[in-house]
Structures are given as structure tokens and as C-alpha cells.
Design a protein around this ligand. Sequence first.
Ligand code: 9MR
Length: 372
Amino acid sequence: MTRLDRRRMLQLMAAGSAGLALARPGARAAQAPEESLAALAAKRGLIFGSAVSTPQLDDPAYLGLVRQECAAVVAENAQKMYAILPEPEAWDFGGADALAEFAARNGLDLRGHALLWNHPDYLPDWVMETEFGTAAAAEDFLRGYIGRVAGRYAPQIYAWDVVNETLDPETGELRDTPFTKALGPQVIDIAFDAAKAAAPGAKLAYNDYMSWEDGHETHRTAVLRLLERLLAQDAPVTGLGIQGHARWTDREAEFSPARQKAWRGFLDEVTGMGLDLYVTELDVNDGDATGPDAVRDAEIAAYTKDYLGLMLDYPQTKEVLTWGLADHDSWIQAFVDEGELVRRPLPFDDEYRPKPMREAMAAAFRAAPQRS
Ligand code: 9MR
């Protein structure tokens, strides 16, 4: 456990849930379950937190829930390159600074996401249109960008997703961007090196959405090869960010013993390399499931308990973050077609009432082995 983890755990344990509610006037104490997820996780040496979007910083009730339940927050979008550098030289730290201030004011740890999302759809348009000409020019730009962003929030940010989703899940190859054109696979090494230089005390993760689901085999293998290569070249990577976005449509998609076995095989290889695991973006999309909310919620909760049970079995799993706390604000709702049911992917409903998924998470934290 790092010094930061230990300090946070002691704070949470000393505060207890009543202390947390009292210290946080915005919190909806009347609805608050007995012990916060953060306190339950901290008892096991784990960090629990959630993504927060910039608009949510203007929603006092939502922030009350964040303060009530979380030990850490991560920017849902505000630290992405398209938000910080939407045009050449047009640096905009507004959203990222606002979240950093919220975290500091409330004693919350701050995770960083993501220094390099090396993906054609999510780099700023002007970067996608740039031809760097030489490898040195691409490297200079990338080192300058990462140095400035990671340096600005050091040492507040205790962990960075240094590189996000750079592998094409279908082919296992690096995604094609101006950075990969100019630098090839070295782009990843350069990003880690620049992050380490600017934030020497932070945990540094490769973050991606490979999962236990069918069709993810190529993606999992590509991630293993990338991590092996990085470690062989002494890149300062400390762990793998496992996003944990699950799609849970029907019985066909269940977390079956065979799929769990394959997933454990993958996690065994990652941890066998000496890396930590961070669950960074947990949510459960119940797709086109039909039926009453109570039935859908029970299935999502059962899955969450099994999934976290497996993940927390690994003492290398040090953090669990959800990608938001309340259903209505989830990114998944943007993909709901007309006539489909609104999804229920997160631990709280749209009135911030705890759902069975929250109970499942609490149970998984209670049952988790103690980690050091
Ligand atoms: O939740 C995020 C959504 O609001 C953004 O529009 C989208 C594109 O920036 O990114 C979403 O977050 C993604 C995260 O950054 C990386 N992993 C997948 C997440 C869900 O798409």
C-alpha cells in the first residue's frame, strides 16, 4: 500500500459513515446506506471511486453522493486531449482544474484519465490532420503535452491512465494515428517515459476494455503482448487498467465458469508479470433486456458480485472505480435507441437511491481478502 492509500484508509476508517455524512452538508444522509463504499473498500486496503463529468460539478445533490460514497474521483472527459488542447496552442484546463479543486476541497484522491488516448475517433481533429514529418517532431509534441498535463497535477494525481485503448480489438494491432505513423510502437514507451518524468510518484497504467466476453480473445492477447514488450524495455508501467464495461444482454452472455476460467488465465498472466490491476470504469449495460426493473437489477447485481468477487480475489487489484454513480447520467444512455428501455448500469438510480448493484459491491468489498 502506498503512503497515500494508507493515509486515505486511516482517514476513512476514523471518519466512519456518520462522520462522513456530518462533514458533508450536501450529502443526502437520509438515504445514505450505513457504511460508504469507500469505507468498506478502505477496510480491505482498496480505493473505491467514480468518474465525474464537468456538468456534474454543478449538481450539488450528485456531488453529495460522490462525497458520501467515494474516496477517489476521475475526470470522465475533462483531461482528454480533445478537452485540454482542442486546437493548436489553445490550452484549456478549465474542466480538469475544477475537478482537481473539488477533489482537494473534499479530501478525495484524484485519478488521471487519459494522457494519450491513441484512437482516431478521440484525438482532437487537428491532431488527426497533422503530419509530424519526422519522428522527432512527434516525440517533441507528445513529451511536451504529457509533461505539461501530468506536471500540472503532480503530485495530486496518484495514478494515471497513461495510454488508453491503443489496440484495435479486431486485429490486435496498434491503432493508426499520426503518432503511430511517425513513431510506430515506440509511441507507447515515449508516453510512459514522459509520464514518469512529470509524475514520478504516480502509478502508471495501460487502460483498455478487453474483457471476459466472447470475441475478446484477440484483444486480450494483444494486451498481454504489449505489456510484455513494455516491461522488457523497462517502461515504468505499474499496472493494467481493466475498464470493466460489461454488456449483459441475456443468459447467453452470462459470466459462465468457462468464461471465468479464460479471464483468470488472462489475469494470471498480467499479475505474473508483476503488474497490479485497477478496475477503472465499471458499469453493466443490460442491452436490450426486457422485463421489470427489479429483475434486471437483480441480474446486474448478481453479475457485479461475481465479477468483483473474482477481481478482488487477486490481491493485485488495488482500486475499483465505476464510470459514474447514477444511471441517468451514464454514457451508455446515449446509445439507447428509440423504443428500448433506459439502461440501469450503475449502483444508484436516477433519484440517487441505492440499487441492488450497490449492495452487491458492498458485499464484494466485505468479502474481499485483505490486501497490503
Ligand atoms: O463516458 C465518456 C463519454 O462521455 C465520452 O463522450 C466518450 C468519448 O470521449 O468517452 C466516454 O468514456 C470512455 C472512457 O474515456 C474510455 N473508456 C470507454 C469510456 C466509455 O465510452
